[in-house]
Design a protein around this ligand. Structure first.
Ligand SMILES: Nc1nc2c(c(=O)[nH]1)N[C@H]1C(S)=C(S)[C@@H](COP(=O)(O)OP(=O)(O)OC[C@H]3O[C@@H](n4cnc5c(=O)[nH]c(N)nc54)[C@H](O)[C@@H]3O)O[C@H]1N2
Ligand SMILES: Nc1nc2c(c(=O)[nH]1)N[C@H]1C(S)=C(S)[C@@H](COP(=O)(O)OP(=O)(O)OC[C@H]3O[C@@H](n4cnc5c(=O)[nH]c(N)nc54)[C@H](O)[C@@H]3O)O[C@H]1N2
Ligand SMILES: [Mo]
Length: 742
């Protein structure tokens, strides 16, 4: 709890601090930190230092007012660190960029809406506008947003999912007919083994540690595959257990920790499946009754040699066989995974191998077993559910047309990479952002920044100032909105919104704090304001929906039968679960069965340019002190880093082989096969940190290392950027020095 108290101190006044008591309570607001669900009884929020940081970051007493913008020009703000921009506090007034003075100046809401509407109407084609969404938006704001955009006439919905779990959204429907996890929190109480691939829960889903601890205490094996030794996956001290806190005895988490090479998971999974085949540890009845593609999978596994598997995985055959044996002995295993699986050139293939492994033993659709993607943003899954997607299904569009009398565009639109490419090439001229920090989160900042500056219109609906707002173009607006913690008062009274967690539970969230400024509008109200001004002949009475959000929920229910009785069911504490057909062994795939999907091994040997000797593979990761592009501080407690973020974690033997040492300043050059020699992509003067990480694998922080990731380097199936497989070479920095501190 000490760390939680520290996270709050100085940020919030005493009465604001009591807000913590309402986080993730049935009548309070949903924690904006992550999408891990809460138990039916009580809340595990008290565990969560990083949830506390996310809440206090939003509930800060500091303000970014027109006086702040008058004092700082955009060029000056551009020179400041990302940390400074957000640290200055909450946005209070709608602002517009004034090129003559290079300052943002206040503007009245109606005038801002009018000018935005005019600019959008002026575009020759609605497909020249991009409508980004980050995953904090509630179901209500996301639904209205997509409705507006489709009535306007495009399916250009780049969103943070495109950089995150798109490999899940694309991969799992092909495998099991649904792009979401199949387990509930309850299943974790019944499982007898947990396999964890490529996620770091101590930092990114801290409340999950309570669940892992409980499983460890009842001696369920927890098998971890991660190139880095992440301390919170090794052991955990529960703040709720006096014995663990005072005597200092931590509970071990991982029973087995395998340091797979970056990008080696598909090989590991193939090795595990090959072992199951050899042991004949398969559920033949399930395979016969519920699946297709087994023969092709088996043939491919036979044809794949152990030598290849071992080389790509970076693990011995004995280790992989041991892991497979634990899996085979479990009656009810759960597989959890995060960005270490999805953010690769073959992210979709990775996800599908996880599904294959489960299907071989009938481990989907039975209590205590299944697949568990750890979603990122607290409502990223819900935003997708209610229609934020560039690839809408025809049935959904039919329903929109039927319910609202609009004509929905049928052609698929742009995801995040395609949106940036279109802006870069001048094919798109407007960008509206419902939250987030798109160009900072994307690969290749230089390309993204330039693309932003070429637009005719950019609009940022945001709680805090960030770098994307400073990439100004002809017409740039910052529209300040209410956050989760704040009271949302509309004509019919205080409003609740709803969100969906990683396990498909939909529940209400109601803020109670007085808004950071009397001028703030809610996200749904801002979307409605833009819609009204853009579509004078709209079929939709936008203000009527804003007066009472239960009307928006009724509309969601009318479009999606799954939300049957939405307003009633969401009143129940903790809400209700959306149907996951695969969870009851109903496979909504084209074949009507669950599909084994063969991993094309050629895909795992991509990466480096031919002339690149000596390449290592770099993953960009989060520190303990950040929320995506929001940097809270420069420490990374569990990895032992203090006061800096310009570090690169390298195996000591890999350093020695290059004549380098811990603390040396080094330059990192990306050598992806899509890079042109002669146009080097380099970050300079990073500090080498000798770390317990797999040989051949290195790691650095996001977003500092984003300059190494090429926009063209993504998973061809899902479009997810390969933030976690960038081939690089390391060399002593031209400056030649050593870090002053580490
Ligand atoms: N406090 C906090 N919470 C957050 C966030 C945050 O930034 N801060 N972000 C939110 C969001 S949007 C998301 S998507 C999630 C992200 O949550 P995570 O998925 O945990 O995110 P990352 O830190 O990117 O890295 C995941 C892990 O993958 C490992 N890894 C890297 N490459 C590989 C590989 O090839 N194979 C395997 N097996 N492992 C690999 C890394 O060592 C790291 O431990 O967290 C959400 N929650
Ligand atoms: N190299 C590298 N790049 C990555 C990743 C990686 O692992 N490595 N991870 C990727 C992933 S998984 C993701 S999800 C993306 C994240 O990309 P984004 O979701 O675009 O980025 P965030 O940093 O979460 O956005 C932060 C901003 O959101 C705004 N904000 C906060 N709360 C609210 C709110 O309630 N409403 C509104 N309207 N705005 C709000 C604030 O202005 C804040 O500055 O980054 C991706 N980029
Ligand atoms: Mo994410």
């Amino acid at each position: 709890m000490q760390a939680v108290a520290k996270a709050l101190r100085g940020e919030m006044s005493a009465n604001r601090t009591t807000i913590m008591l309402q986080v993730n309570q049935p009548d309070g607001f949903d924690c904006p930190g992550c999408a891990w669900p809460d138990p039916r009884e009580g809340s595990s929020f008290e565990f969560c230092e990083n949830g506390a940081k996310a809440v206090s970051w939003e509930a800060t007493n500091k303000r970014v007012t027109p006086a702040f913008f008058a004092a700082h020009s955009v060029s000056e703000l551009w020179q400041r660190e990302d940390f400074f921009l957000e640290w200055e506090g909450r946005l209070t007034h709608p602002m517009v960029y004034d090129a003559a003075t290079d300052h943002f100046v206040p503007i009245a809401w109606d005038e801002a809406f009018r000018r935005i509407g005019e600019a959008l109407r002026k575009l020759p084609d609605p497909n020249m506008a991009e409508f980004y969404a980050s995953g904090r938006a509630s179901n209500e704001s996301a639904f209205l947003y997509q409705l507006f955009v489709r009535e306007y006439g495009t399916n250009n919905f780049p969103d943070c999912s495109n950089m995150c779990h798109e490999a899940t959204s694309v991969g799992l429907p092909q495998s099991i007919g649904v792009g979401k996890g199949t387990v509930t929190l309850e299943d974790f109480h019944h499982c007898d083994a947990i396999f964890s691939f490529g996620h770091n829960p101590g930092t990114n889903h801290p409340r999950m540690l309570a669940t892992l601890r409980e499983a460890s205490l009842r001696r369920a094996p927890i098998v971890v595959f991660n190139p880095l030794k992440e301390r919170s996956l090794e052991r955990f001290k529960s703040p709720q257990s006096p014995a663990e806190m005072t005597v200092g005895k931590a509970v071990p988490i991982a029973s087995h920790y395998y340091q797979v090479k970056i990008g080696g998971d598909a090989a590991v999974l193939k090795g595990m499946m090959k072992t199951l085949l050899a042991m004949d540890a398969l559920d033949h009845d399930f395979i016969r009754e519920h699946t297709t593609g087994f023969e092709a999978l088996a043939a491919d596994l036979e044809a794949t040699s152990w030598d290849d598997i071992v080389e790509v995985a970076g693990l011995s055959r004995a280790d992989i066989e041991a892991a497979a044996t634990i899996y085979a002995e479990a009656e009810r295993p759960i597989i959890c995974y995060g960005m270490g699986i999805t953010q690769h050139r073959h992210g979709t293939g990775n996800v599908q191998q996880l599904a294959n492994l489960l299907l071989l033993r009938g481990n989907i659709g039975k209590e205590g077993a299944g697949i568990c993607p750890l979603r990122g943003h607290s409502n990223v899954q819900g935003d997708r559910t209610v229609g934020i997607t560039e690839m809408p299904g025809q049935g959904f569009l039919d329903a929109l047309e039927r319910v609202f009398g609009i004509e929905a565009p049928r052609e698929h639109g742009h995801g995040a990479v395609a949106a940036v490419e279109a802006m870069r090439d001048g094919r798109s001229k407007a960008l509206i952002c419902l939250g987030g920090n798109l160009p900072t989160a994307m690969p290749d900042p230089e390309v993204c920044y330039e693309a932003m500056r070429k637009l005719d219109l950019s609009v940022h609906i945001a709680t805090k100032l960030n770098r994307s707002h400073l990439m100004v173009c002809k017409n740039t607006f910052i529209l300040p909105c209410l956050g989760r913690t704040e009271l949302d008062m509309q004509e019919s009274g205080p409003q609740s919104v709803t969100v969906e967690d990683s396990m498909s539970m939909v529940h209400a969230s109601r803020g109670t704090l007085p808004p950071a400024s009397s001028l703030l509008k809610s996200e749904p109200a801002i979307v409605a304001g833009i819609a009204r001004a853009t579509l004078p002949d709209s079929k939709i009475d936008w203000d009527w929906y804003i007066a009472d959000y239960s009307r928006i929920r009724d509309a969601i229910e009318a479009v999606f039968p799954d939300f049957d009785n939405y307003n009633e069911r969401v009143r129940v504490p903790r809400g209700f679960r959306l149907d996951i057909p695969a969870g009851r062994r109903e496979w909504r795939t084209a074949s009507g069965k669950a599909n084994f999907i063969v991993f094309d091994s050629a895909r795992q040997r991509p990466l480096a340019r031919e002339d690149a000797k000596d390449a290592l593979v770099l993953a960009t990761v989060r520190s303990h002190d950040q929320y995506n592009t929001t940097i809270y501080g420069k420490n990374d407690r569990y990895r032992g880093i203090t006061g800096r973020r310009d570090v690169v974690f390298v195996n000591a033997a890999d350093l020695a082989e290059r004549g380098l040492e811990h603390g040396d300043l080094i330059d990192i050059e990306a050598v992806a096969e899509c890079e042109h020699a002669g146009a080097p992509r380099i970050v300079r003067d990073f500090v080498a940190v000798a770390f317990d990480i797999a040989r051949g694998s290195v790691a650095a922080y996001y977003p500092e290392a984003n300059g190494l990731v090429a926009l063209a380097n993504y998973d061809s199936q899902s479009g997810t950027p390969s933030y976690k497989s960038v081939p690089v070479v390391l060399r002593r920095a031209a400056s030649g020095g050593k870090a002053s501190h580490l």
